[in-house]
Write a protein that binds this ligand. Sequence first.
Ligand code: NCD
Ligand code: ZN
Length: 355
Amino acid sequence: MTPTPVPRISLRQPDDWHVHLRDGAMLQAVAPVTAAQFARAIMMPNLRPPITTVAAAIAYRQRIRATLPDGCGFTPLMTAYLTDTIDPAEIERGFAEGVWVAAKLYPAGATTNADSGVTAMARIEPVLAVMERIGMPLLIHGEVTDAEIDIFDREAVFIERVLAPLLVRHPGLKVVLEHITTSDAADFVRSGPANLAATITPHHLHINRNALFAGGLRPDFYCLPVAKRELHRLALRAAATSGNPKFFLGTDSAPHSREAKESDCGCAGIFNAPFAIESYAAVFEQEHALEKLEAFASEFGPRFYGLPLNTGTITLERRPRQVPAMLHLNDAAGTAVNLVPFHAGETLNWRLGHQ
Ligand code: NCD
Ligand code: ZN
């Protein structure tokens, strides 16, 4: 009897348009994980200290490459961390030299390592004018930081108070609203100009805010922007699987040590890199839109950034596999870095293989 062939799909190799690889031992542990999934990835610059100079970006890129085996084709795409005092000439120079592909706006205090972020948009007007002129994308953590605004409303309020006026002031600026979490954001991006796009994470497609409180407090589901109500999750799934090129893949994989997650003030961030494409594939299959996965994962992002599409291929096989409760990754010294992956303990139906 011939065995039934395993259903499989082939995709152009995908990229991750938003990831945190950190530095030091954590970088050594997680960089190979992202490199195994993606051809290129946008490196978030929220290190300590943040990446605010071309020299720091080049050095960080070198540290990333040093974690990867020889012959690994992975390309880290570097970003600048915008501060109130960043020099527009430095931004322009790094972009012209091909070091930076984008700059990241963190409203000061909005998230992990955002304390050096921007305190008022007026402070970075000269930088934004330069970026608009040279075609350098602005990547935005879109949440207001006012303590009196309910945390579940901070993205929607940011769109109204900050993003909409920004697009009026800089109609030619390329903007990516990162890791959108609301129907408000999906609607705003969909109806906005062609130079406005958004990334969507796997976790915001899978969980709503109930996951944070299921049977107790669940720090592994805590990230920023925080997951919202079910209606928002459904709106994000509709956007991601719609085939609209304004929505593309960005994992926001954000590893933190166990101690940092499980403390009296636990860090925001979900480590989804190990099974990222499998996680997206699950969503697209559930939405009967597997044929739309390739464009979302591998085409819309590079087109928005003006970069070539990858030429390699990956294969996903439909073979169920249980995600481990904990991953024991190694740093360069062989010391285990223990991280809980997104989907820990669950079964995912797709497995990644390379052709
Ligand atoms: C990110 C991190 O840990 O750096 N955390 C997160 O919850 N997503 C920062 C960010 O992207 O907000
Ligand atoms: Zn992030």
